[in-house]
Design a protein around this ligand. Structure first.
Ligand SMILES: [Zn+2]
Ligand SMILES: [Zn+2]
Length: 113
């Protein structure tokens, strides 16, 4: 592992984090309504995970639209900073899992019959 921020270039990552105020921008896309954070995840970059042993929070710059979270890394990295959002790893993983599940489901099962 290098110190380079994940997924996107350092400049893009900085721009996204500045817009996000270095705080996860998830507003429930992960399935957690984040009521404690006022409807937005309260994990901040450099903060600590609430659970023991979680380590330091490292926010990711990833597509703001959960539907785009399943894009291959090189395509996600090509998105402009305006289409990216700050995600903490737990929200990112959960939102992506949700998007994958939605994608895997047949869009119109009736059409098969
Ligand atoms: Zn989060
Ligand atoms: Zn979340």
């Amino acid at each position: 592992m290098t110190a380079r921020p994940p997924l996107v270039g350092a400049a893009t990552w900085q721009a996204v984090m500045q817009t996000a105020n270095h705080r996860c921008q998830c507003a429930g896309q992960c399935g957690d309504p984040h009521t404690r954070g006022g409807g937005r995840c309260d994990r901040a970059h450099g903060g600590h995970h609430h659970r023991h042993g979680g380590g330091t929070v490292r926010l990711l710059a990833a597509p703001a639209d959960p539907a785009h979270l399943t894009l291959p890394a090189h395509r996600a990295a090509a998105l402009p900073a305006g289409e990216l959002a700050a995600w903490c790893p737990p929200c990112h993983d959960a939102a992506r899992r949700t998007a994958r599940t939605a994608e895997a489901a047949p869009p119109d099962a009736d059409a098969l019959f």
